[in-house]
Design a protein around this ligand. Structure first.
Ligand SMILES: Nc1ncnc2c1ncn2[C@@H]1O[C@H](COP(=O)(O)OP(=O)(O)OP(=O)(O)O)[C@@H](O)[C@H]1O
Ligand SMILES: [Mg+2]
Length: 370
């Protein structure tokens, strides 16, 4: 039966048995393929490099060289080639080994013309799908890069400019403002600030996902990062009438990490604690360590997170519904935190009780410097 469904391709066959070469050639040429054959392994390698066939059959047992070595070499040199091994009776074990080295399928001897055509068709389909998947992956990466550029230029830059104009307006025209216009300006500033934070979260996530996030890990102390984040958030806590305390262990062992991204992990989690804790509440940051890990926990006396919602809080855009929704946010903060923790081989645990408070515990592998 003629098989015209597979697109004509160049097919190389490397086998020391002349009858196999002839049989394969006849079967595959009938399907419209161009067939190149050789009984010598080294010549097969040369032909594969020169003619760039879409698919190659390689006999595993040849006197002149090992089919296994040919598979290994070709799958490394020509990533788009589909390799199929021709195996003797009952040599499934070596077929499996060849597949581990890069072969896509195997054809046990003896085989019929229909069998070789079927395995060829499968192999060529697999190749087209793989090429299409690679193309889509590249397209996705390109779009993500464009997205970052678009968001930075078309959204972040105008936002910063508008914030600066409002600042200037407040300086040069504050005398002319009525109480009502002052309130409107304040609301504009808050909304802009929320939008700005959303854009920053987006950019952070997009950069992590496409691998352009700067992650320069160095030995560092978590204490100094926690101190910096507390310094950054103290004014907000004062404004919201919250107590912010840190009990940091002296000489905390170091971890391997990226300063800036870890600073944002802490400002996000402590920032959440300030957002979701009513006035008069308390936020505590503690550190601990054992032989393997460094722990940092952030505890608040806030509204808490219902148990059934905890598994979702690291999902993009997830926000617990309820009275906390009045607090502005995009639901991207913890998604970012989780990705950064993963990039540091860290773990994050949440313990929470509604109406009592929440503890986030961050666990980092301890660094042993030789
Ligand atoms: N300390 C906390 N106490 C109570 N609820 C919390 C706390 N931290 C997080 N949550 C809940 O988890 C949700 C997700 O947090 P996440 O930081 O990802 O988003 P967000 O704070 O809503 O927005 P943003 O993107 O600005 O951070 C929050 O909306 C809130 O419902
Ligand atoms: Mg948040």
């Amino acid at each position: 039966m003629e098989d015209r469904d597979s697109v004509p391709a160049r097919i190389l066959i490397i086998d020391d048995e002349a009858s196999i070469l002839d049989g394969c050639r006849q079967s595959l040429e009938k399907s419209g393929h161009t067939v190149i054959t050789t009984s010598e392994g080294p010549e097969g390698i040369r032909l594969a490099r020169e003619k760039r066939p879409e698919l190659a059959f390689v006999d595993l047992k040849m006197p002149s060289c090992s089919g296994m070595d040919i598979i290994e070499l070709l799958s490394r040199d020509l990533p788009d080639i589909v390799l199929i091994v021709i195996t003797g009776y009952a040599s499934i074990v070596s077929a499996v080994e060849a597949m581990k080295k890069g072969a896509y399928d195997y054809l046990p001897k003896p085989f019929t013309p229909d069998q070789i055509r079927a395995v060829t068709k499968r192999g060529l389909e697999h190749r087209s799908l793989k090429i299409e998947a690679d193309r889509l992956r590249e397209e996705k990466e390109r779009m993500e890069k464009n997205f970052i550029t678009f968001v930075s230029h078309e959204m972040r830059s105008p936002l910063v400019t508008i914030q600066q104009y409002i600042e200037t307006l407040k300086v040069i025209a504050s005398d002319c403002f009525t109480d009502e216009s002052k309130e409107i300006i304040d609301r504009c500033e808050k909304r802009l600030q929320n939008l700005h934070e959303l854009v920053e979260h987006w950019l952070d996530l997009a950069r992590i996902e496409n691998g352009t996030f700067s992650e320069a890990k160095v030995p560092l102390s978590l204490s100094s990062i926690i101190e910096r984040s507390i310094e950054e958030l103290t004014p907000l806590c004062l404004k919201r009438e919250l107590t912010l305390e840190a009990h940091l262990k002296n000489s905390l062992p170091k971890i391997m990490g990226d300063q800036e991204s870890l600073l944002r992990v802490f400002t996000n989690i402590i920032g959440n604690a300030t957002k979701y804790t009513p006035a008069g509440g308390k936020i505590c940051v503690d550190t601990e360590y054992d032989d393997f890990y460094i722990y940092a926990s952030i505890t608040d006396t806030g509204t808490g997170i219902p148990q059934d919602k905890i598994p979702f809080i690291f999902e993009p855009f997830f926000r617990v519904k309820g009275k906390d929704e009045r607090q502005k946010g995009s639901g991207l903060g913890l998604t970012f935190v989780k990705k950064i923790m993963d990039a540091h081989d860290g773990k994050i645990e949440v313990c929470s009780q509604v109406g009592v408070g929440t503890t986030f515990t961050l666990k980092f592998p301890r660094l042993y410097e030789l």
